[in-house]
Design a protein around this ligand. Structure first.
Ligand code: CU
Ligand code: CU
Length: 291
């Protein structure tokens, strides 16, 4: 059993080993497979087809299995490595200093003015070790543009997060982010939530980082794994806080004739491409723990 740590507590040695493992799986082509899978399963409410990874109840279990599979690839390279989490409500940087992951010895910093190219650290385009090959634009280098999305965006506050964590219901029918205003999953994922229209919580962090993080190919930025490890931890914390509530909804398949029929994954249905069900992903302590 391995332990995922808060990124701010990693030693220099732990950071180096994680970076080396990331570079190794990138070189072998495995990394870009995960970018490709993520992009492929980025189906939205308004599109036809089953929503496995996003804008759907299975947002949490789908990404949990994605992180486990990817973490296993890293651990094949170096079994001391685990995915750290970035608590973006508390670790926000200050006075021009970015949050703790963004140092030259780890994820590198913000992108430069103009083309938003990341210029320092092991994932900078000019390092030659991190070509962006699965892309939606022509840019082949990693980009970031901290806080600039849509004219300016801040990282979510502890109060923003608390509003979602306090909701006792995992998710609400019709599981459509443009209609549902409540539910822990819908609020935490952060699409359109009632009067608070716009990007919140999970989505807001993608937006704040900018560059590749704003789209379906977001795993191109290693930030993705640290961000989603924290999202994963939030599902565990939410379950602990609401022990009498079903940890996942819907428990039964959606009936035929319902507009959401065939579009939402219920508790015992399979999550593509992983082949596991949400029920199998409810308890993270079967796989790892959080420190
Ligand atoms: Cu995703
Ligand atoms: Cu995400």
């Amino acid at each position: 059993m391995h332990t995922r740590k808060n990124v701010k507590n990693l030693t220099a040695q732990e950071k180096k080993r994680l970076v080396d493992a990331l570079l190794a799986v990138k070189k072998g082509g495995v990394y870009d497979e995960y970018v490709r899978i993520h992009h492929h399963y980025f189906v939205a409410d308004g599109e036809p087809g089953k929503r496995f990874g996003h804008m759907a109840p299975s947002f949490f279990p789908w990404h949990r299995q994605m992180l486990i599979s990817f973490e296993n690839e890293l651990r094949k390279v170096d079994d001391s490595v685990t995915l750290p989490y970035w608590d973006w409500t508390l670790d926000q940087g200050s006075g021009g200093t970015p949050p703790s992951p963004y140092t030259p010895d780890f994820l590198g910093g913000n992108g430069r003015e103009g083309d938003h190219q990341v210029m320092d650290g092991p994932f900078a385009g000019r390092s030659g070790d991190w070509p962006i090959t699965v892309q939606v634009t022509d840019d082949t280098f990693l980009m970031r543009d901290f806080g600039a999305f849509a004219g300016g965006v801040t990282l979510p506050s502890p109060a923003d997060l608390e509003a979602a964590m306090a909701d006792p219901v995992y998710d609400t029918y019709p599981y459509d982010s443009t209609i549902s205003t409540r539910g822990f999953r819908n609020q935490a994922e952060g699409w359109t939530v009632g009067a608070n229209v716009g990007w919140t919580l999970h989505n807001r962090v993608h937006a704040w980082v900018g560059g590749q993080m704003t789209g379906g190919t977001s795993p191109n930025d290693p930030t993705f794994w640290l961000h989603h490890a924290f999202i994963d931890l939030l599902w565990a914390r939410w379950q602990k806080r609401h022990p009498a509530e079903p940890p996942y909804l819907p428990e039964q398949p959606i009936a035929s004739g319902d507009p959401q029929y065939g579009r939402v994954v219920s508790l015992d249905e399979r999550l593509e491409p992983w082949g596991v069900s949400p029920a199998q992903m409810l308890d993270h302590t079967r796989f790892y723990t959080y420190a």
